[in-house]
Design a protein around this ligand. Sequence first.
Ligand code: UGA
Length: 444
Amino acid sequence: MNISVIGVGYVGLVTGTCLAEIGHHVTCLDIDQGKIKQLNQGLSPIYEPGLEELLQHNLSKQTLSFTSSYQAACKEAEVIIIAVGTPSNTDGSADLSAIKNAAEKIGAYVRHTDTIVVTKSTVPVGTNKKIKAWVSGNLKQNVQVMIASNPEFLREGSAIHDTFNGDRIVLGTDDSKAASKLQEMLKPFRVPILHTSIESAEMIKYSSNAFLATKISFINEIANLCEKLGANVEDVAKGMGMDQRIGHQFLNAGIGYGGSCFPKDTNALVQMAGNLHHKFDLLESVIHVNAKQQVKLVEFAKKHMKEIKGKTAGILGLSFKPNTDDIREAASIEIINALLKAGVRVTVYDPVSQDKVKLLLGDSVSYAEDCFAAIEDQEMLFIATEWEEFKVLRLSTIAKLMKTPNVFDGRNCFSLHEAKKTTMNYYSIGRPAVMNHCTEKERV
Ligand code: UGA
């Protein structure tokens, strides 16, 4: 099938590449010509395990190509997938200007009658109807399009795996011809397909992300209580997760959710509800809990150390989660800003996202060449992302390298058993603090 994908961000690039991999002819379009040039050379602009290999494989098979020309992308396309960004406006609502622009351009250049315009971008409920109007407003005589919503559920860092091993594909369309053609297109993924109305498909996306965010804020609040009650959140989550109605996933307590999806989509859903005079109390609390959780480690440091002003801190991990270079809404940035505000001198390290942080924070922090350089001689160490290369470190080595071994682990990377065998103070999330090293408060 001839497919075009508009927008080569995370979703667009992974979708286009995977559709080419299952045998379709895919043309991906982006208005960023630098990106297109890079992609045509087989270089991925994002860090995503396995993506560059698939990209190069399909470029060489000539089943995948990249362009900046709407004419080239729309001319032969039977299916056009919109995957442009929908960033947040200042009030939390979704900015649809890129979607509108793409829809109008598609309308102007589409030539095949019965082309299906599929939206993968996360858009407020009701937007697909607007997309139909924006496309139709520009169509040539005798050309008609069908509209469908196909929300994306892949996760950054495991996007390729998720595309081929998803739990479900949701197809929302009011047109049975579009539904069966899209089902045919997606069949090789061998993932169960749920057919719904357009509005329900749009709503499934927001509800799924909001529910997962709720699960995370819920377990983080339980963790906060565990700390006060002497319980261990990991055991609590395990015991809860064994109940199949609850499930084990997304019950890892930590320093909150970040990234380009949960923060944006929860805010947008609250905003959408507000527009309909419905106050979404539950989701507002989820967002509030998350904001507090992101800077919780700094509060720990202020509580347990006599004074943090003038001290030094290392930060391990900057991306919002491992296996990605994405730092959008990352807890690390909130922690760094809070530490800088408190007068702490900060050294950071991340295996892949350091350059992005440099663009954001400039020389307000120092950049370490490896994790050891970020640990050495520090008075505090904050672990913000659970990269595998941090989890294999020995706590005893960390303790030896630091000037005063105060470790604040926001992702529970180490066992309490190991921490107890060291000379450090080890503070983690929802587990009893291990205090082997005399705290400065105790010393006075
Ligand atoms: C999320 C959803 O999981 C995808 O299904 C969805 O397609 C995507 O948003 C999207 O809307 O595009 P993603 O943001 O890539 O995917 O990452 P997740 O793996 O869901 O993690 C989000 C955040 O939650 C991370 O900061 C992670 O550290 C945090 N998290 C996750 C926890 O704190 N605890 C957990 O148990 C799980």
